[in-house]
Design a protein around this ligand. Structure first.
Ligand SMILES: NC(=O)c1ccc[n+]([C@@H]2O[C@H](COP(=O)([O-])OP(=O)(O)OC[C@H]3O[C@@H](n4cnc5c(N)ncnc54)[C@H](O)[C@@H]3O)[C@@H](O)[C@H]2O)c1
Length: 480
C-alpha cells in the first residue's frame, strides 16, 4: 500500500480501491473471529511482540531518522509500553474474555444475567506521529485481544516509523487480519468513510472532531485519545527538588512532544525562585549548560520545520508581549532545535497560554491563591492530564475535588500512561473513552447483555390486563 503515491488523484483513487478491497476482505475474517479462542488471540499477540523485539534496532533507527530521538527514549517510550501492554493481555486475557455473571435486579427476579464480550468486528486505528509505534501497536494489542480485524493508519509525519510498523504488521498478519495504509489526511478520510465497527483515534482535538463527525455518518463507536494543555501545580509545601526533576523529565522527554507532558506550571509565588533554581540545576544535570544542550544525546528534535516554526512563533509571541526567558530560548532552525526553555512573566493574552505547546517551552506562572489557579483551570477546556505537587493534603483534596481531567498524578507526572490497571483517556475536549489493559480490551469489545429465562414471572404482566395486573404493577412501583 505504501508504494502508491498518494499525492496525485490517481494515486488516491488507487489507494481508495485498495482500502475498499481490504475492508471487504476483512468482513469474513471479522465474522470468523467472533468465535476466536483465547489461544488464537494469545498466539497473535505473542507473534506481534516477538516481531517488535526482532525489529528493535529498526525501531530505534526510525526514531532517530524521524526526529533525532535518543535510543534509550525510543526503548522507554515506544517499545517498553507495547511490551507491557502485550504482557498484560497475555496474562489476563482469559479473565477478560470470560462472561461476567450479574445478580438479578429486583425487576429481573427469576432470570440469570451475564455480560458476554464480543469483538466489535472491523476496527480502525488512526495514530499520531509523536509516539508512532507505541500508539499504533499498543491499541493493536487491545484490538487483537478483543478479537477484531484491524486496519491501521499511522501518521505521515514519521515515515521511517510507519515503514517499520508496516513491516512488522506484514510479517505477522495476513491483510484480512491486520492491514496498514500509510499516507496523509486524504487516506485517513477515505478510511473514515467506511462503516467500521469502531474507530480508535489518537491525535489532536481538531482532527478528533473530524473523526467523530465521519463516524457519526455510520454510527460507528469511537475512542478519541486527544490532547490539550495539561496544567501542573507546585504549591508552597512541595518537594521542589523532586518536583523540578520529575516535571522536567516529563516535559522534555520527546522534546516536549507528548500529549500528557506538563504544558505549563503554576508555582506558588513564595517558592518560585527556589523552584526555578532547582529547574535550572535539573536541566543542566540532564542536558548540560545552555549552549551545550544542542549537542546533548538525550534531546530529540522537533518533528518537522512546520512544527519548529509553530513552537518558535509561540516563543516569539510571548517575548514580544513582555515574557522573560529564564533559561533556553536558543533556536537552530536547520536542526529543528529549540533549547529546553523556561518562560516567566507571560501575559494572559499570549498565544502560548491558549494553544497546546507540544514542544520544549515551559511557562512558569506564579500564584498566591490556589483557588485562582483552580478557577483558571476550570475556565479552560478539560485537560488530558493534571499534576499537583504538594505535601498538604488539604491542597491536594481541593485540586482533585474542584477540577477535572482525563487522568491526574499527585507528586508525579506522566506515569498514569504506564499504569496498566488504570484507564487512559481524556474527558470531552481531551478525549472520549479510554484504552490500556482491560480498558483497552473493553474499548474494542461489545459488552453484550444476555438474560437467560428461568422462572417465568413476566407472565404476571401478560394481557388481558385485569385489576390484579394493575395491583401487581403498583406493588412493584412501591417496592422495586
Ligand atoms: N491522548 C493521547 O493518548 C495522545 C497521544 C499522543 C498524541 N496526542 C495528541 O495528538 C496531537 C499530535 O499528534 P498529530 O499532530 O499526529 O495529530 P493529528 O490529529 O494532526 O493527526 C493524527 C492522525 O490523524 C490523521 N489526520 C490528520 N488530519 C486529518 C484529517 N483532516 N482527517 C482525517 N485524519 C487526519 C493524521 O494523518 C494522523 O494519522 C496532539 O494534540 C497530542 O496531544 C494524544
Amino acid at each position: 500500500m505504501d508504494t502508491i503515491a498518494t499525492g496525485s488523484d490517481s494515486g488516491l483513487n488507487q489507494i481508495n480501491s485498495e482500502i475498499q478491497r481490504v475492508f471487504a476482505l476483512q468482513r469474513a475474517t471479522a465474522l470468523r473471529l467472533r468465535q476466536s479462542t483465547k489461544a488464537e488471540r494469545i498466539a497473535k499477540i505473542r507473534k506481534l511482540k516477538a516481531a517488535l523485539l526482532a525489529n528493535r534496532e529498526a525501531v530505534i533507527a526510525a526514531g532517530f531518522a524521524d526526529f533525532g530521538k535518543p535510543a534509550t527514549e525510543v526503548e522507554l517510550t515506544e517499545i517498553l509500553p507495547v511490551i507491557a501492554e502485550a504482557n498484560d493481555a497475555l496474562r489476563k486475557l482469559g479473565g477478560w474474555m470470560k462472561p461476567k455473571k450479574v445478580w438479578p435486579s429486583r425487576m429481573a427476579v427469576g432470570t440469570q444475567g451475564y455480560m458476554q464480550y464480543e469483538p466489535k468486528g472491523r476496527v480502525l486505528i488512526v495514530a499520531p506521529w509523536n509516539y508512532p509505534v507505541n500508539l499504533s501497536l499498543g491499541p493493536l494489542v487491545s484490538a487483537l485481544a478483543a478479537g477484531n480485524a484491524v486496519i491501521i493508519k499511522p501518521s505521515e509525519m514519521t515515515p521511517h516509523a510507519s515503514a517499520v510498523i508496516g513491516k512488522i504488521v506484514r510479517e505477522v498478519f495476513t491483510e484480512d487480519e491486520v492491514a496498514l495504509f500509510e499516507g496523509p489526511a486524504p487516506v485517513a478520510q477515505a478510511l473514515l468513510e467506511l462503516p467500521f465497527d469502531h474507530i480508535f483515534f489518537t491525535g489532536s482535538p481538531a482532527v478528533g472532531k473530524i473523526v467523530m463527525a465521519a463516524a457519526a455518518k455510520n454510527l460507528t463507536s469511537v475512542t478519541l485519545e486527544l490532547g490539550g494543555k495539561s496544567p501542573t501545580i507546585v504549591d508552597e509545601t512541595a518537594d521542589l527538588n523532586m518536583a523540578a526533576k520529575n516535571i522536567l523529565w516529563a516535559k522534555f522527554t520527546n522534546n516536549g512532544q507528548t500529549c500528557i507532558a506538563p504544558d505549563h506550571i503554576y508555582v506558588h509565588a513564595s517558592v518560585k525562585d527556589e523552584f526555578l533554581r532547582h529547574c535550572i540545576a535539573a536541566l543542566e544535570e540532564a542536558y548540560g549548560k545552555d549552549a551545550q544542550q544542542i549537542d546533548s544525546p538525550c534531546l530529540a528534535r522537533i518533528v518537522n520545520e512546520r512544527h519548529a516554526e509553530r513552537v518558535k512563533a509561540l516563543l516569539d509571541d510571548a517575548t514580544a508581549r513582555g515574557a522573560r526567558v529564564v533559561t533556553g530560548g536558543q533556536v537552530d532552525a536547520g536542526q529543528r532545535y529549540i533549547a529546553p526553555t523556561l518562560i516567566d512573566g507571560i501575559p494572559d493574552d499570549a498565544k502560548i497560554m491558549s494553544e497546546e505547546i507540544f514542544g520544549p517551552l515551559l511557562p512558569i506562572i506564579s500564584f498566591t491563591e490556589l483557588s485562582t489557579v483552580i478557577a483558571r483551570i476550570n475556565a479552560d477546556p478539560k485537560p488530558l492530564a493534571l499534576y499537583v505537587w504538594s505535601r498538604k493534603q488539604e491542597n491536594i483534596d481541593k485540586v482533585m475535588q474542584q477540577t477535572t481531567s482525563g487522568g491526574a498524578c499527585i507528586n508525579h507526572c506522566v506515569v498514569q500512561f504506564l499504569h496498566g490497571n488504570l484507564p487512559f483517556g481524556g474527558v470531552n475536549n481531551s478525549g472520549i473513552g479510554s484504552g490500556h489493559g482491560h480498558h483497552g480490551f473493553l474499548a474494542f469489545s461489545h459488552e453484550r447483555a444476555v438474560v437467560r429465562g428461568r422462572i417465568m414471572l413476566a407472565k404476571m404482566f401478560y394481557p388481558p390486563y385485569t385489576g390484579m395486573t394493575r395491583r401487581l404493577v403498583n406493588l412493584f412501583i412501591k417496592t422495586v
